[in-house]
Design a protein around this ligand. Structure first.
Ligand SMILES: [Zn+2]
Length: 347
């Protein structure tokens, strides 16, 4: 999220001593903090990274409770921040003030001026409902089609960056700064307007660099996504949703979310929704597809939390059957050795 940094190239040294046996080399740092002209500091893959792999695990430097973040008077937030920063070690203070600030206007003599508030609001991320700053994760730049996403591990109080596609050595590691249910599905003009307004840069990511037919196709996918999002938001009751958004549309909607690189947590929520609809409608094909996709997403988003159980495991191990006495022909899941259960009460 660094936009105007002028720091020299910084590449972390390999933390694994070379004398350690070869297998240990696989555990070497997956990323390096580097510098790209026009972009400032950024995060680069040091080696090939597989989809689903954890790239960074980091504790927050600042964890501002939502109750503080919601203060209406900015001076109250500043007071909280000052008190918190008074407890910083010198290294923590250096790490914090090395982060970008796109909220504080630059001085007229051309020197860069930063403020603690400006740095905080440039770099803060959602952290289990709170707002937190992570010095390393904050180096990851934005893309409207990111190759990574961040996930909060509440149990361990850490944030992780996870690869959402295979990333080649040397490739930049990117996150989306956009909300999945709103700006994330907007067209190029709206997305670029959002990043200009809130982060002070004109996005030139792969999606924003498309031209001609490729741009038309990308915009068409996003238009479809927004239409479904609009219908789901408008339909206040379950009956409305069934009537307004047929299953084939929801099936395509999940594919489109994957194509535009939508956030993992949002894709998990939508997959859960479509899975439930598939069970109720008795659509075995869509049930199998959403159970498999949901299992994978739940494993990535919640999988390593202590005591967590994959909510789609039941769907994968079950068989869809119909209750022929049911006039609405609702689908049921048959649990091996466990009888019948309706999806809404069992999952
Ligand atoms: Zn973009």
């Amino acid at each position: 999220m660094v936009l105007t940094q002028k720091s020299p190239l910084v590449v972390p040294s390999n933390p694994v001593p070379r004398k350690i046996k070869i297998e240990e080399d696989l555990k070497e740092l997956a990323y390096a903090i580097s510098y790209l002209p026009g972009k400032g500091q950024c995060m680069i893959a040091r080696r090939d990274i597989r989809a689903g792999e954890v790239i960074v695990t980091e504790k927050p430097l600042i964890n501002m409770p939502d109750s503080v973040y919601s203060y209406e008077d900015m001076r109250d937030i500043e007071t909280w921040l000052d008190r918190h920063m008074n407890r910083f070690s010198s290294d923590e203070r250096i790490a914090f003030f090395d982060l970008a600030d796109c909220r504080t206007p630059a001085l007229t003599d051309g020197k860069e001026e930063k403020s603690a508030l400006g740095i905080f609001f440039t770099n803060d991320m959602n952290f289990d409902g709170d707002a937190a700053v992570f010095p390393i994760i904050s180096r990851a730049n934005h893309s409207c089609v990111p190759n990574a996403d961040f996930v909060t591990r509440g149990e361990r109080r850490v944030q992780e960056i996870i690869a959402t596609s295979n990333i080649a050595a040397g490739e930049e590691i990117t996150l989306s700064y956009l909300q999945a249910a709103s700006e994330g599905s907007e067209g190029k003009k709206e997305r670029q307007g959002y990043t200009r307004l809130w982060y002070g840069f004109q996005c030139k990511c792969r999606a924003c660099s498309l031209e001609g037919q490729e741009l038309i196709l990308d915009e068409a996918v996003r238009t479809r996504v927004r239409e479904i999002q609009g219908l789901l938001a408008d339909s206040s009751t379950a009956q409305n949703q069934v009537a307004l958004v047929p299953l084939p549309y929801l099936d395509a909607f999940l594919d489109d979310l994957r194509i535009i690189g939508s956030k993992l947590s949002y894709r998990l929520d939508m997959t859960r929704f479509v899975f439930d609809r598939a069970v109720t409608a008795g659509d075995a094909g869509l049930l199998a597809k959403t159970a498999a996709a949901g299992y994978m997403l739940d494993d990535i988003v919640n999988g390593c939390e202590a005591g967590s159980r994959n909510e789609f495991e039941f769907g994968i191990r079950s068989t869809l059957v119909f209750d022929t006495n049911d006039s609405e022909a609702e689908g049921y899941l048959y649990m091996p050795g466990g009888g019948l259960a309706h999806n809404e009460t069992t999952l």
